[in-house]
Design a binder for this molecule. Structure first.
Ligand code: PEP
Ligand code: MN
Length: 362
């Protein structure tokens, strides 16, 4: 499937100075002082291209802080006028779009709960018809590439060409290290489907904690993302939303100074860039392989305890025959040689037996 988009390259956006485009600011606008102070400190770093702040906050539970609403748009306008930073806020319906545009907000972003909803996306697209602005579309909360692409298409068809995608991770029922699972293969697939779309990473919402922001940002840079959206608050301990993942402007500076940016400067380096990007993809898949193996072995451990309790032997040849047969056939259909499948599965099986052995004799 080829998807026709009309997209303005990010290097032609007026906000863009160099990679990465930096979109920073608090999760939420809370008070005028908090907003102005954070913006002042961020502007001083000289590294921030766009100032973000949520005015209307989509909160899971009704009693959480739901944003200051329209009032905050005046403060954002002051940030723009007095500090000179272009501004960005989240919109989730036509009314938000109209209000934000009225107050001169430069960039509208669509949150993960909204991009998952085609009705809301269409309503926003209709409100944007014929408007010249910049729209960033976060991935939907669920890992559905088509839904993300569909949201981007709707906005683009309204005539918005200054458009970008923001990778903020995917929610999962299981407890994971990060707040949201990055599932890096999804944004990689998005770029395969829409090579022209500028791609940003939001390490704050992926990680959910300050200590993860650097490593996620570095990975995004190694995958050649165009920009980063990072939550920054002048006093994170007092933040009314997403307290644990916001960094002070100073910490943001420190983190950015450690980021390694691999830029193409000559033909040779261009080659190395592509190579690094591909290798980063390999690293991601290898990590996934290890995670899967860990999960497989933990099931083997459970089976070990179960067999022990029921006095059953570890090795059951018929079961092993069945596994290796199925894997050989399936592997062949995926272009994997019989020799490789045999080696791989024998090694995995052996490790599984070792695990069970340990359990049964413990
Ligand atoms: C946010 O950026 O503060 C936000 C609510 O993001 P998301 O839609 O990614 O949860
Ligand atoms: Mn947030």
């Amino acid at each position: 499937m080829t998807i026709q988009l009309s997209v303005k390259p990010i290097k032609q956006w007026s906000f863009y100075k160099e990679r990465p485009l930096m979109i920073c600011g608090p999760c939420s606008a809370e008070t005028e002082d908090q907003l102005m102070e954070t913006a002042r400190q961020l502007a001083k770093t000289g590294k921030v291209d766009i100032f973000r702040a949520g005015i209307w906050k989509p909160r899971t539970r009704p009693d959480a802080f739901e944003g200051v609403g329209k009032e905050g748009l005046k403060w954002l306008r002051s940030v723009k006028r007095e500090i000179g930073l272009p501004t960005a806020t989240e919109v989730a319906n036509a009314n938000h779009v109209n209000e934000a545009l009225k107050f001169g907000v430069d960039v509208l972003w669509i949150g993960a709960r909204t991009s998952a909803n085609p009705f809301a996306m269409q309503e926003i697209a209709d409100a944007l018809q014929g408007v010249e602005t910049t729209v960033l579309i976060k991935n939907p909360v669920n890992p559905d590439l088509e839904l993300w692409i569909g949201a981007i298409e709707r906005i683009n068809r309204a005539g918005v060409t200054q458009i970008g995608a923001v990778h903020r991770g995917f929610s999962a029922y299981e407890r994971t290290t990060y707040r949201n699972q990055p599932k890096w293969q999804l944004p990689i697939e998005l770029r395969r489907a829409l090579p022209e779309i500028p791609l940003m990473c939001d390490p704050s919402h992926i990680g959910g904690a300050r200590r993860f922001i650097y490593e996620i940002s570095q990975k995004a840079m190694d995958l050649n993302y165009d920009g980063l959206m990072i939550e920054s608050h002048c006093d994170p301990s007092k933040a009314l939303s997403d307290k644990n993942q916001q960094v002070t402007p100073n910490d943001l500076m420190e983190l950015l100074s450690r980021l390694i940016l691999r830029q193409p400067v000559s033909n040779d380096n261009r080659f190395l860039d592509v190579l690094n990007e591909l290798r980063s993809q390999i690293d991601i898949y290898d990590d996934q392989l290890l995670d899967l193996l860990e999960q497989r072995m933990s099931v083997a451990d459970t089976i070990g305890s179960y067999k022990k309790a029921n006095n059953i032997t570890i090795l059951q040849s018929s079961r092993w025959e069945e596994i290796i047969q199925k894997a050989t056939v399936k592997g062949a259909s995926k272009g994997l040689s019989e020799e490789f499948i045999q080696l791989l599965f024998k090694a995995v099986h052996q490790e599984s037996i070792n695990h069970q052995n340990k359990i049964m004799n413990s």
